[in-house]
Design a protein around this ligand. Structure first.
Ligand code: CO
Length: 139
């Protein structure tokens, strides 16, 4: 296992529109992608590009959205996870588990259309970590 590129930082928000305004007006973000629904993960997603990475804005979608629980504890939103790229998601999952880390669920298709897993924060110093297979058409 070799730590790959920081693909994005996930930020939970009660309002993608509100957060987009903040990133655009306060920080000067100019490349803001169209928001889209990701029902399998219970989120609506909007990517904001930075020169070397992306911010992934996450709004709750549906009643079982994991973001709802997060927003109950953090009503204004906040940092939800960080995402690193790995060459092979199944190898990464096997290696995480062999090293004793708790992987949350099976690999599933993430917001970039490549498979992802999440590693429990208890094994990562309190940070929820997403690992995603490097997209073949990496931007
Ligand atoms: Co993510």
């Amino acid at each position: 296992m070799k730590l790959g590129r920081l693909n994005h930082v996930g930020i939970a928000t009660p309002s993608i529109a509100g957060s987009v305004a903040t990133y655009r007006d306060l920080l000067g973000a100019t490349k803001i992608h169209e928001a889209f629904d990701l029902p399998a993960q219970g989120v609506r997603v909007c990517f904001v590009d930075t020169p070397n990475s992306q911010i992934e804005l996450l709004e709750p979608l549906g009643e079982n959205s994991p973001i709802l629980k997060f927003l109950e504890k953090n009503p204004a939103g906040g940092q939800h996870h960080v995402c690193f790229e790995v060459p092979d998601i199944h190898k990464a999952k096997a290696e995480m588990e062999a090293k004793g880390a708790k992987v949350l669920g099976e690999p599933r298709i993430g917001a970039h259309g490549t498979p992802v897993i999440f590693v429990h924060p208890k094994d990562m110093g309190g940070v929820l970590v997403e690992l995603m297979e490097t997209p073949t058409n990496a931007h």
